[in-house]
Design a protein around this ligand. Sequence first.
Ligand code: FAD
Length: 315
Amino acid sequence: MAGVWIFSERYEQLLELLNAGRRLARSMGTKLSAMSQLDPEKAATLFSHGADAVLVLPPLSENPSLDAFIPVIVAEVRKEDPDVFLLSATLRGRELAARIAARLNTGLCGNCIALEIDRDDGALRMERLVYGGAGLQAVTCSSRPAMASIPPGTFEPAPADGEGKGVVRTLPAPPPSAVQIIERKTKTSRGTDIAEARVVIGVGRGFEKEEDLHLAGELAEALGGEIGCTRPISAELHWLPEEVCIGLSGLQVKPDLYVGLGISGQIQHATGIRSSKWICAVNKDENAPIFAVADFGIVGDLYDVIPKLIAALKN
Ligand SMILES: Cc1cc2nc3c(=O)[nH]c(=O)nc-3n(C[C@H](O)[C@H](O)[C@H](O)COP(=O)(O)OP(=O)(O)OC[C@H]3O[C@@H](n4cnc5c(N)ncnc54)[C@H](O)[C@@H]3O)c2cc1C
């Protein structure tokens, strides 16, 4: 079953990978297989989005960690020998992709943003951002399968325009994992994932104190948005969790509206917001680089501007 394989632990990202995967599969004249952790009924809906085959990882009661499936996925890839294997570059997906590629002794293009089959030699050409988004690196993988991890939001979800028929095959249960879960703690959720939010409010070092972040929270509430931040806010000041850091070493966001508050707009941050439809920035320095990527800029003190924006929105 050579062909193009995709894997994500999340349904939305499976649809995005199906979009990328089916274009590749068509140009290679091959099949597209989707691997997932979904229940078989939900997994079967992937056929109408372009999957030719669906492989399901069995539910595990004892150790539901994705790690446990690495030997199963690797064995399946060795047996079926796909040409291409795409995974979503979520936090878990990135780690999984690297560990699978290492076991298969093949190449992996991490955070790949574009991929196509070369018409001349049939090789998979991939692209990824380098030097903080200042450069584009072209990558060709000479081993099998050519692997890539693709950031969420890079491709639109595949529409449901297929026949919707196919066979769902459940993969074998994994052997006992070396990773033992000792304790579980519920993570406090911040609501919607900012990678999928339609409005994102970005918080930067222009805020003087953690207590002042309520201003960003009120603006987010008025706009129906979620809060993200620059790296210093999460990694140095620890005012917000790492999972909402936007940029090169964080998330790529793709909202309809991104509002950067007190953010200088260095390339490492700007690279994470470039796919936003509209970018608005508030900064007291008229020469701040964020204004070069913004569609709307407000030069002013965020402590003056944000209350006025909130009042205007409430009116
Ligand atoms: C390898 C590497 C990876 C990195 N990855 C990331 C990443 O993924 N994401 C990321 O964000 N950064 C990343 N960085 C850090 C990045 O280079 C910048 O240092 C960071 O983005 C700057 O954050 P900032 O804009 O909050 O702070 P600053 O650069 O300090 O900017 C603060 C801004 O606030 C403005 N300001 C101050 N007071 C006010 C006020 N009262 N009202 C309005 N404006 C005000 C200032 O004019 C200034 O422009 C990375 C760096 C490296 C080296």
